[in-house]
Design a protein around this ligand. Structure first.
Ligand code: AMP
Length: 214
């Protein structure tokens, strides 16, 4: 199976490593990496009207309205010619999942696999509270597992939505709005669980095995 034959969703709680793994697979195999979180942060920085509307939701740890993320995700899939893409953090609601299915169907195509990153709540909280981002490159660090180089310390920022209270709220939102998609995709026989608690390379190998990438 070639990369172009994959139409993937990376699914799981915040902090499960979806973005980190998707970036690596993208640089190794040439996937189109579609992260609605990254696109949202970009349009917020660019101060576009949609970005202005989205900012408050993100900083409070709430989901951005479906109609906004739908536009962003569909545009990006169009750019990717509907093939060889990883949707990272989309869909996050049942409504988004249904729109996604209709959208792909209208292009006579469909998802191939939903990789479910399974991680305990304790690990989610620990990962998010220790996450730091490089202000210029956007690279992710983790204070214990992947500490930032000391000379780069001044560039490290904590995402506003990685503050402790906001993390708890995001997790609650995840269980209420997003977790039901596990059943949605399991019943369509698309769901492939992986243990996201291990080291980066262990998780990476599991994904490659599930997707038969080498
Ligand atoms: P992420 O970088 O994937 O953790 O996303 C950061 C934030 O962007 C989330 O906490 C949401 O506020 C927002 N966001 C990203 N993707 C979606 C989505 N599919 N639906 C709604 N909100 C989203």
């Amino acid at each position: 199976m070639s990369v172009r034959d994959h139409r993937l969703v990376f699914f799981g709680p915040p902090g499960a490593g979806k973005g980190t793994q998707a970036r690596r697979l993208t640089s190794r195999f040439g996937f189109a990496h579609i992260s609605t979180g990254v696109i949202l942060r970009k349009i917020i920085r660019a101060d576009t009207p949609l970005g202005q509307e989205a900012a408050g939701y993100i900083n409070d740890g709430n989901l951005v309205p479906d109609r906004i993320v739908r536009i962003l995700a569909e545009d990006a899939m169009l750019d990717a010619n509907f093939s060889g893409f990883i949707l990272d953090g989309y869909p996050r609601t049942l409504q988004q999942a249904e729109w996604l299915q209709e959208f792909l169907q209208s292009q006579r195509t469909s998802l191939t696999t939903v990789v479910n990153f399974v991680l305990s709540d304790e690990d989610v909280v620990s990962r998010l509270s220790q996450r730091r981002i490089h202000r210029l490159t956007g690279e992710n660090f983790h204070l214990s597992n992947k500490p930032p180089p000391p000379e780069e310390a001044e560039f490290m920022i904590t995402r506003p939505d990685d503050q402790p209270e906001t993390i708890k709220h995001r997790l609650k939102t995840y269980y209420r709005d997003t977790h039901p998609l596990v059943e949605y995709y399991r019943s369509r026989d698309l769901l492939r669980p992986i243990d996201a608690s291990g080291a980066f390379t262990t998780v990476y190998s599991q994904i490659c095995e599930v997707l038969q990438l080498s």
